[in-house]
Write a protein that binds this ligand. Structure first.
Ligand code: GLN
Length: 192
């Protein structure tokens, strides 16, 4: 794909920064606010924000099932933080709406109130060196992953970056740093 059109779910949360990152890398970014905006996109980013709100809006707008279908048909998707939560099959202690395409169990707000947010140099071998500057904000962790899920990075022994075929997910926010390696990695998944 010469110049993929990447949809960025723009219902709520940190979507502008994701759009800026993919634009900087030469892809086209399209803010997706309703079902029709998904026509013609090659990939989708689901940003951080509030996963319960985003899930409810996806249901109300009739977008949850069509988006799930597109992902199951192979469209690359990247979810960060709340986006990761929405991708997971299991959400601990919650029945909130979700896409459920990632074979994993997630614990929301896993670092607790004491450490609301923090930044760490994350060892992410897939991206090479130097370590990735990872910003965590009321971040989730994956407490269980299925056999098809590849763990790309861990914090305190728990997965915070994973890939399952066309699905990429991180607990942290690469869009809030100038380091574009993770977005580059995602564009590579789009065949670019
Ligand atoms: N705690 C939020 C949630 O559960 C996620 C936080 C974030 O996206 N920065 O949806």
């Amino acid at each position: 794909m010469v110049r993929p059109c990447v949809g960025v779910l723009a219902l709520q949360g940190a979507f502008r920064e994701h759009a800026a990152a993919v634009t900087r890398l030469g892809a086209e970014a399209r803010e997706v606010r309703q079902l029709g905006h998904m026509d013609g996109i090659d990939a989708m980013i689901i940003p951080g924000g509030e996963s319960t709100t985003m899930g409810k809006l996806l249901v109300e707008l009739g977008m949850l099932d069509p988006l799930r279908q597109r992902i199951e048909n192979g469209m690359p998707v990247y979810g960060s933080c709340a986006g990761l939560i929405l991708l997971c099959r299991e959400i601990e202690n919650s029945t909130q709406p979700r896409l459920g395409v990632l074979d994993a169990t997630v614990r929301r707000n896993a670092f607790g109130r004491q450490v609301d947010s923090f930044e760490t140099e994350l060892d992410l071998p897939e991206l090479g060196l130097p370590p990735f500057p990872a910003v965590f904000i009321r971040a989730p962790v994956l407490t269980g992953v299925g056999s098809r899920v590849r763990v790309l990075a861990e914090v305190r022994g728990q997965a915070v970056a994973v890939r399952q075929d066309n699905v990429l997910a991180t607990s942290f926010h690469p869009e809030l740093t100038p380091d574009t390696r993770l977005h580059r990695y995602f564009l590579d998944m789009c065949g670019n």
